[in-house]
Design a binder for this molecule. Structure first.
Ligand code: ZN
Length: 177
């Protein structure tokens, strides 16, 4: 029997910690691979789960995962690598000066949505689940995700930056309101 990893909600102190760097030699360990697999399970359990950071399952480590499936559905410009994107010890190395206001929500801040000003383009460098160095540039939704998820690793939630925040419970979302 597998248990579904719990998604931590706003108010839990783990979401406010500065998450710790993962030692590179530990990436292949059972412990870290289990964290990554639990993150994917938690993300995939939510219809709107485009990405998740490790603190959101209660693990204060610098890891985030982006859903390949949801990205493909949401953004036709997205270039798939055929599996979920995993970033370990990610750092944003470039941010465009040009910003736009985008709608944002969070699996750990149910059911609030608001507008956030995000750079249109962002580049992240880090390590993947195989311990390989990865650098990925992105625009639009993926760039927004990079900024939202790296914020999580520094204890920052989108509601800290958002304006026009509204509560939209799932019934309303399903009715298209
Ligand atoms: Zn979030």
């Amino acid at each position: 029997m597998t248990t579904m990893p719990h998604i931590v909600q706003d108010g839990d102190s783990v979401l406010r910690e500065c998450a710790q760097t993962v030692p590179l030699k530990d990436i292949s360990s059972v412990k870290i691979q289990k964290v990554i697999s639990d993150m994917k399970k938690a993300m995939d359990s939510q219809k709107d789960g485009v990405a998740i950071a490790a603190p959101q399952i209660g693990v204060p480590l610098r890891i985030f995962v982006v859903s390949d499936k949801i990205m493909k559905e949401a953004d036709k410009e997205y270039k798939s690598i055929g599996r979920d994107l995993v970033f370990i010890n990610p750092e944003i190395t470039k941010l465009s000066r040009d910003k736009h206001e985008v709608e944002e929500g969070c699996l750990s801040v149910r059911w609030k949505y608001g507008k956030v000003s995000r750079s249109i383009k962002a580049t992240v460098s880090g390590y993947n689940e195989l311990g390989e160095k990865v650098v990925r540039g992105a625009s639009g939704l993926l760039a927004q995700v990079f900024q939202h998820e790296t914020d999580h690793l520094d204890g920052v939630l989108f509601i800290d930056k958002a304006f026009d925040v509204q509560d939209i419970p799932p019934e309303d979302l399903e009715n298209g309101k």
